[in-house]
Ligand binder design. Structure first.
Ligand SMILES: [Zn+2]
Length: 286
């Protein structure tokens, strides 16, 4: 196997570097961020980026997450074309957004839409932390609020996977306003009898943790995810106390009643599918 790999590299050495970059498989091997063991990337992908040795959950990109959950070819994207402006004329903001658009192939840090999980229709939103650290600007808030509203109109559940470093500073107050906007849309959805499931993935912090991420009917998280509002250092300096090592982990939040369940990624589809089934409208009358 190794011989094949090096053999390939030799072959590409004679072609122009741009072409070589496109053809050589990028990062054949992957080092686990938890136990530092080395795996074939293919093997790690097959295990949904969960380390087979220590169970560490590596970040998943938005479309990979959709692939792990939805029935084949059922996902239909909403508001794909919504992109941010530069409302405060913040220097360098447009360039930063453009760079991340190129890097991720996404227009913004969230993908919304609907599809079916084991044949059950649901609205869906998934944040991608590789786009501006999943920071919440006006487009993220707007896309999530619209997805919730669509779910209400269509009478289907809403599932969201969050990952965020907090509010997007380049959009200032407009960014903070997304907290109340999404919360209001979710309240309206909830009052109409809608089911919302939130799954917090690493990291879910700041304004996102303090708004839509934590107000689902079910609030779940992936193992080891960092979940919190302010960072550890700020809290320690404010209260002048040392915080426990596992502070702000999913497991810590579960122990303190902030979560309903910590769900392993390999069981995620099964858990979500079961909950959708429990909450189907009409249940016994069918
Ligand atoms: Zn590992």
């Amino acid at each position: 196997m190794l011989k094949d790999f090096f053999g390939k590299r030799k072959k590409y050495a004679s072609i122009p570097s741009e072409q070589a970059k496109a053809d050589v498989p990028e990062g054949l091997m992957q080092k686990c961020s938890g136990c530092h063991k080395i795996y074939y990337r293919k093997e790690m992908n097959k295990n949904l980026q969960v380390c087979p040795n220590c169970g560490y959950h590596h970040p998943l990109q938005a479309w990979d997450r959709i692939d792990t959950l939805f029935d084949d070819d059922t996902f239909e994207e909403w508001d794909q074309a919504l992109t941010t402006g530069n409302p405060l004329a913040f220097p360098g903001y447009e360039e930063k957004v453009e760079k991340d658009q190129k890097k991720t192939g996404l227009n913004e840090g969230v993908v919304t839409g609907k599809g079916t999980i084991d044949g059950q229709a649901t609205a869906f939103a998934v944040m991608d932390s590789s786009f501006r650290m999943g920071s919440m600007g006006s487009v993220i808030g707007e896309k999530i609020a619209r997805a919730v509203e669509n779910a209400r109109v269509e009478g289907i559940p809403f599932i969201i996977f969050t990952a965020s470093g907090g509010a997007r500073m380049q959009e200032g107050l407009l960014s903070l306003m997304q907290m109340s906007k999404t919360a209001i849309a979710i309240k309206r959805f909830s009052e109409s009898g809608g089911l919302m499931i939130s799954v917090m993935t690493h990291p879910t912090t700041g304004g996102v943790s303090a708004s839509f991420a934590s107000i689902g009917d079910y609030n779940f998280a992936e193992p080891g995810a960092l979940i919190g509002f302010a960072g550890r250092r700020i809290i320690e300096q404010t209260i002048r106390e040392k915080l426990p090592d596992d502070f702000q982990t999913a497991e810590f939040q579960l122990k303190h009643g902030q979560l309903d369940k910590v769900v392993n990624r390999l069981e995620m589809k099964e858990v979500l599918s079961l909950l959708l089934k429990f909450h189907q409208k009409g249940g016994n009358e069918k």
